[in-house]
Structures are given as C-alpha cells and as structure tokens.
Ligand binder design. Structure first.
Ligand code: ATR
Length: 307
C-alpha cells in the first residue's frame, strides 16, 4: 500500500491507531513539534522499498510522521510501542526531553544528554544518537574538517549537544557556543566539561561576537530551530565576526535560511542540513533493520522530493 509521506498524524490518531492505521506491518516514525517540514518519511520509505527488493520482509515496513507536543511525549511513547512501532526518530523539541523516559547505554546519548533515535527492545525504548555521525559525514561531503578548527555553535538544545560532542571528539581547537537562553549555554558547557571526548587543549567557551581571540576561518554551525519558518531572522550576523571559512545550517527546509542567504551573499561556502539528514537517517535505519542503508536511494528520494 502506498503511504502518503506528507500526512501529519497526531496523538489522537495514535490513540485510535488500530482503526485508522494505514497498514499492519512494522512501523517507524519521526516525531516533532513542528514536523510538517520533515522529509524523513520520504527518505526512509524509499530506503525500505529498496531493501524490500532483496529482503521482502521490508515491504511490510512503513515510516510515518507525527506532530507530538512536549506534554504528549510520555503517553505517545507508550502508545507507539502498543501499536507495533519498532523505531522512532526525534526532532525539535524532543531530543533532550526524551531522556527522562528511555534507557540507554550509549556514550553519545549519555554525554550529549540527547537522543535522536529510539528502538524498542525488551527493556523498553532504548536511546541512540546519530546526529553527530550525520553532521560529521555532511561536513566531510563538503571537504570541511573539524580537527583543529575553531567552531561557533549556535544553539544549546538537543541537536546542538550532539554537534558539540562530535566537535570535541574530532578535536576541534575551540568550541564557542551561542544560545538565546544564556543559562543553557553554561549548563551545556559544564555538562561537556565532564565528557571523555574533551581534550585538555580544547577551548570551550560561551560565544561573544566581541571575542578578540577569534580569528578568521571558523566553522559556523546552526543547531537552533531559528530558520524553520521562512520569515525567521538569522541567528548570527556574519558581518560582525571575522570571516568564517564555512557555514553549516542543520535546517534543510527551507533550503536557504537567512543565515545561509547571507553566507552566499558574502561568498562564504555553506551547506544546508540535507546531507546530514540523509547520513543520520542512514545510521538510524541500520540500527532498526540491521541492514546496510541504501544511501544513494535516500539521496535521490530527497532530491526528487525537493525538486
Ligand atoms: P532540538 O531537539 O532539535 O535541538 P530543542 O532542544 O528544542 O530542539 O532546541 C532548540 C534550539 O533552538 C535551542 O537552542 C533554542 O534556544 P533556547 O534554549 O533559548 O530555547 C533555539 N531556538 C528556538 N527558537 C529560537 C528563536 N526564536 N530564536 C533563537 N533561538 C531559538
């Protein structure tokens, strides 16, 4: 059966899933609030169809998208399990909030305090984090290298935590963190200071655009949700800092946020989060299926959806 990848389901549908479910097999989903923009169903359903060509079992798997508010998260997790959902992806604002309700023995989740992937096992929902992996591979696709770089990270929520940890693990020279809520920067920094990934030489500080120590050539990473709405302003004025070498925005829809638009105007190399979405999605799919993810199929599906 064809699944409409743009349908946004809600808690009310999940409560009545046995009556309204579009299929009987194993289910997967991405949950967020907002979620309408998400291309994860497009990518994963294309990947499952490809896997189904050699392993017919995957023809019975489907991936959906659900708009779940933070206060609905706990109830939704129980209902997803009761309704045969094997795996979930989490996006804004659930990545850090979900830690209260899951088990994990994964260092990336414990040290970042955030999970973007869940898999149900005998113990309940187990948390994983494939965001750092996805970010690193997306930067690699652009020939941008984290080791030795100065990184300016915008945001201190779930996605930013995973990005911060990845930058530390890859031995960036310095990590500067900016966030709308200043207190969250400090709690993230004290959390990261306990990380086994932190090298003694890495500078870890709140970002201040007056920072006289910051030279040109930094990597700017936007991990805030500012930019998801077309009318959103940029989280950073790039003319106020020494010229960065690269600007990466985790947002992929709209394809060009105000931040990326300014980078392009200034002639600074930049990329949106599409490639990160594919790589983190591939790692999640491998956790659920135990099969190698068909990355070219996933890339093709996402390009077709956007064209
Ligand atoms: P995710 O799980 O995807 O990381 P999150 O944990 O809710 O989502 O984090 C969202 C990030 O975007 C936070 O850094 C948030 O800043 P606050 O800590 O101040 O809430 C940031 N953010 C969200 N809306 C924003 C806005 N309008 N302006 C600036 N930053 C914003």
């Amino acid at each position: 059966m064809h699944v409409e990848t743009e349908i946004v389901y809600k808690l009310v549908h999940l409560k009545d899933w046995s009556n309204c479910r579009p299929h009987e097999g194993t289910a997967l989903a991405v949950i967020g609030h907002p979620i309408a923009h998400s291309l994860s169903p497009v990518i994963h359903n294309a990947a499952l169809a490809e896997l189904g060509k050699t392993t017919p079992e995957f023809n019975e798997w489907r991936y959906f998208k659900f708009d779940i508010a933070p206060e609905e998260l706990r109830e939704a997790l129980d209902l997803f399990h009761q309704n045969n959902f094997l795996g979930l992806n989490l996006t804004v604002p659930h990545k850090a909030l979900v830690l209260e309700y899951i088990h994990t023995d994964v260092t990336a989740v414990e040290e970042s305090g955030a999970a973007n992937t869940l898999k149900h096992s005998g113990k309940g929902w187990m948390g994983f984090n494939t965001d750092g992996y996805g970010l690193n591979h997306a930067l690699e696709d652009e020939s941008v290298s984290i080791p030795g770089a100065d990184v300016i990270l915008l945001g201190a929520g779930g996605a930013a935590r995973a990005a911060a940890l990845e930058c530390l693990a890859w031995r960036c020279a310095s990590l500067r963190i900016q966030n709308r809520t200043r207190s969250t920067i400090h709690s993230l920094i004290s959390h990261l200071k306990k990380s086994t990934a932190l090298a003694s030489t890495t500078e870890l500080i709140p970002f201040d655009s007056e920072d006289s120590e910051l030279g040109a050539g930094a990597i700017v990473i936007n991990a805030t949700s500012l930019g998801l709405k077309a009318e959103d302003e940029s989280p950073l004025d790039l003319t106020k800092i020494p010229r960065p070498a690269f600007v990466f925005d985790m947002i992929y829809r709209p394809a060009q946020t105000a931040l990326l638009l300014q980078a392009t105007k200034l002639g600074i190399k930049n990329a949106n989060g599409l490639s990160m979405l594919v790589h983190q999605g591939a790692a999640s799919l491998e956790l659920w299926t135990g099969e190698k993810a068909p990355i070219p199929t996933m890339q093709q599906a996402v390009r077709a959806a956007l064209s």
